[in-house]
Write a protein that binds this ligand. Structure first.
Ligand code: GLN
Length: 380
């Protein structure tokens, strides 16, 4: 393997899902729903295949999907964007992240991440030769340490990558935090790459897109996807929204990374994004019920549970159970208890920072969540 990737192992999600199968454990690890997406969206995909939408799609996205994305963004944020010049369809948000980083970051540019961070950020930044700076968000509230951010920004800082609602912590960036980050970015001429794939799973607070803050649209790449909102993580439909001068970089990278994204699925994605508001209301209601079962259950089991305002994840402190660190705890949990969780130390530049924390997901049917809680009550 090339040197730039030597330090990365098989992704933790793959590792833990394999262990789940091996030990026949209940999987509250990898964030994929164990239920299917809506029928009307699946039907639209089948129809598109029958209609012959089976050759390469237009590189930057099927025009109708670009329009549906722009329309949805306007509904959500009030911002009017040009579907032809400012929206790019990618193969999941993971490709949106890669195309953004590879298209806009030069080797040696500094990029600031907030740890814990989703694993692909660090791997992709390494592929691009970026100089990664990480600022640790700490429980219980995972607040942004603004002074530390100020002292980390330098004349070499090219971008700050944010993720709100935040995987794994469930933290949502507050308006105050976003305002502080925005004014530092404007002052220091820094870009923001913002991963908002969990925006429709905002439970306790209003989701705020960085692009809506004054002066920020022109320096922000907003990245999103269909997977979480429509319980279709395997479809890998994502996108970026950015002003033309940034979209140009994203598209150059996208053209040579994947060239274009699955054609029939894009037609279905456009149908999905035109779902009535009631779809989003139901989705949230269902997830709130699941979240309550998991959070109450984890507390009864004896974990210290940190508040999660958004996403389908909850982070807990496992130390009441006396295992050495997060990895040892998760190994014990899968082998002896039959439940899978995700150790968080892989989401930090310094793994020590995550050694007390593990992540559980509630994107599973209620029975699976209840059974996992039962097992933990009996066997932990
Ligand atoms: N985003 C999902 C999670 O955090 C999984 C992504 C993946 O498996 N690479 O669990």
């Amino acid at each position: 393997v090339a040197k730039r990737l030597e330090k990365f192992q098989t992704t933790i999600f793959t590792q833990m899902s394999l262990l789940a199968i091996k030990h026949e454990a209940l999987n509250l690890g990898q964030g994929f729903p164990n239920f299917d997406g809506p029928e009307f969206v699946k039907e639209a995909a089948i129809q598109a295949i029958r209609d012959g939408k089976n050759q390469y799609a237009r590189g930057n996205g099927v025009a109708d999907l670009n329009i549906a994305i722009a329309d949805r963004f306007k509904k959500d944020t009030g911002l009017v964007v040009d579907p032809e010049k400012e929206v790019t369809v990618t193969t999941g948000c993971t490709e949106a992240i890669a195309a953004t980083i590879i298209g806009l970051i030069n080797p040696g540019d500094e990029v600031i991440l907030f740890a814990p961070f989703y694993d692909s950020y660090e791997a992709t930044l390494s592929m691009a030769g970026a100089n990664i700076k990480s600022i640790t968000l700490r429980p219980p509230d995972f607040a942004v340490p603004i002074e530390e951010l100020k002292s980390t920004i330098s004349k070499n800082t090219r971008a700050i990558l944010i993720n709100t609602p935040h995987n794994p912590s469930g933290k949502m960036f507050t308006r105050e935090e976003l305002n502080c980050i925005a004014s530092l970015c404007i002052e220091n001429d820094v870009l923001v790459f913002t991963d908002e794939v969990y925006e429709k799973l905002a439970f306790d607070m209003e989701h705020i897109s960085m692009a809506t803050l004054p002066g920020m649209f022109e320096r922000t790449v907003t990245m999103n996807s269909l997977g979480k909102t429509f319980s279709l993580t395997g479809w890998k439909i994502g996108w970026t929204i950015a002003p033309p001068h940034l979209t140009w970089g994203v598209r150059q990278a996208h053209s040579y990374l994947t060239f274009s994204t699955s054609h029939p699925m894009q037609w279905a994605a456009a149908v999905a994004l035109r779902a009535p508001d009631s779809y989003y209301v139901e989705l949230k209601k269902d997830y709130l019920a699941k979240k309550a079962i998991l959070v109450e259950g984890l507390k009864e089991v004896g974990f210290k549970v940190f508040p999660s305002s958004g996403t389908y994840f909850v982070v807990v402190d496992h130390t009441p159970f006396g295992l050495e660190n997060d990895v040892a705890f998760c190994e014990y949990l899968v082998k002896e208890v039959g439940v899978v969780a995700i150790p968080t130390s892989v989401f930090y530049l310094n793994p020590e920072d995550g050694k007390n924390l593990v992540r559980f997901t509630f994107c599973k049917d209620e029975q699976t969540i209840r059974s996992a809680i039962e097992r933990m009550k009996q066997r932990l």
